[in-house]
Design a protein around this ligand. Structure first.
Ligand SMILES: [Zn+2]
Length: 327
């Protein structure tokens, strides 16, 4: 009888859906299941994750046995203690989610922030196979990054490294941000930012054909599609590209990466990057020998592969608390 191979279960909890998947040791998706989530408070999100995992674990992939569970979540995560600390600062106390999941399913569990999880996927299965020093920047609903230096993902003293969406855009546009500043790059170059800027600037462009819905967000896809024909869309996109270029160059100056990797819904078609690249200073970028590249991992699955990566032994050697208790 053939020996069963090891697999890992990942659960990626985003703003609209929970995606659970089983992956093999090379990061290939063996099976996956998506559940709508909507915006949930953390406790409801934990319950949804636990119940959906229970359903998913009833299924099996022939020839594979799951060794551990990894989870990617929004907000600040103490990945060593396995605690979901907060989404924002007025958000209740830590939730010991890893322990809860581990207890319920009898498997080791590790959790981390969603963008840090995607950065781990990049580290294990993407450009991290070629480069020890890179920054993975996620440009989606918001903007955040994972910085890998010498092959190690930086987490910071409070598990809060990488919140680079809240650094200056370098643009002369003022939009109050939840963080207390009014010139954040997230406010011009993310999904939320494009929506805010469109609402702010649209009165100046009465001829614009861009739809600004009363409920819901302005479509970034529509903005990019009308770049050549609509002056408002051109300004919004040029601002986003300039903000993204400044962010990339600031990141390069700070962390000296060999390559910058971009992921997330706003950059996945390559259009915003093609405009941002024109604004990059060759002097600033001279040591970024790998250039600025879109992730080669499937954008549909990078989150869930990253979530599962949290549970892989290659990345869990420093998990003192959990390893002592569980492994
Ligand atoms: Zn901010």
């Amino acid at each position: 009888m053939q020996k069963s191979k090891t697999s890992y279960i990942g659960a990626d909890l985003g703003g609209t859906k929970l995606l659970i998947g089983e992956i093999d040791c090379d990061g290939n998706i063996l099976r996956s299941e998506s559940t709508p989530s909507g915006r949930l408070d953390r406790e409801s999100a934990c319950r949804l994750t636990e119940d959906s995992l229970a359903e998913f674990m009833k299924g099996k992939t022939e020839g594979y046995t799951p060794a551990a569970i990894g989870i990617g979540l929004v907000g600040r995560i103490d990945s060593e203690a396995g605690k979901w600390m907060e989404i924002d600062s007025a958000d209740g106390g830590p939730i010991p989610l890893a322990e809860r999941i581990s207890h319920r399913f009898g498997l080791p569990c590790r959790i981390d922030n969603d963008v840090k999880s995607a950065s781990k996927a990049e580290l294990l299965f993407g450009y991290g196979r070629e480069y020890d020093n890179f920054v993975y920047i996620n440009v989606g609903t918001g903007i955040a990054a994972g910085t890998v230096s010498g092959g190690t993902l930086i987490s910071g003293g409070h598990f809060n490294a990488g919140e680079i969406g809240h650094t200056c855009s370098g643009l002369d546009i003022r939009i109050p941000c939840i963080c207390g500043r009014d010139d954040c790059v997230e406010s011009v170059a993310s999904g939320i930012g494009l929506d805010r800027c469109a609402r702010l600037l649209s009165p100046r462009y009465p001829e614009s054909r861009l739809t600004i819905p009363e409920n819901g967000r302005v479509s970034a896809k529509d903005i990019f599609a009308m770049y050549d024909s609509d002056p408002l869309c051109r300004v919004l996109t040029d601002n986003a590209a300039k903000g993204l270029a400044n962010l990339i160059m600031n990141t390069v100056r700070f962390s000296d990466p060999e390559i910058i990797v971009l992921g997330g819904g706003l950059v996945s078609d390559g259009f915003l990057l093609s405009l941002a690249e024109k604004q990059l200073s060759s002097h600033t970028m001279r040591y970024v020998t790998g250039g600025v590249r879109l992730t080669r991992l499937d954008p549909r699955y990078i989150g869930v592969i990253g979530a599962a990566s949290n549970a892989m032994p290659a990345l869990s050697q420093t998990a003192k608390t959990q390893s002592q208790n569980i492994y």
